[in-house]
Design a protein. Structure first.
Length: 60
């Protein structure tokens, strides 16, 4: 008796929903962009939403 588990490419138990992590931001939804604003010594960090997933981190 052999128990063979054929891989199922369609159903993924680890993902309950169809949404997947965005490949552009790795599911982060965006990235911090460091901008000194032209003022030396003063650093601004701006959150820029990913254009691939519109800041959601997920793509359907
Ligand atoms: Zn993204």
């Amino acid at each position: 008796m052999t128990a063979t588990l054929a891989p199922d490419p369609v159903s993924r138990p680890s993902t309950p929903t169809a949404a997947q992590d965005c490949g552009m931001c790795n599911g982060q939804g965006g990235s911090w962009v460091t901008n000194d604003g032209g003022n030396p010594g003063k650093i601004f960090r701006e959150w820029v939403p990913c254009v691939g997933c519109k800041g959601t981190g997920k793509v359907g």
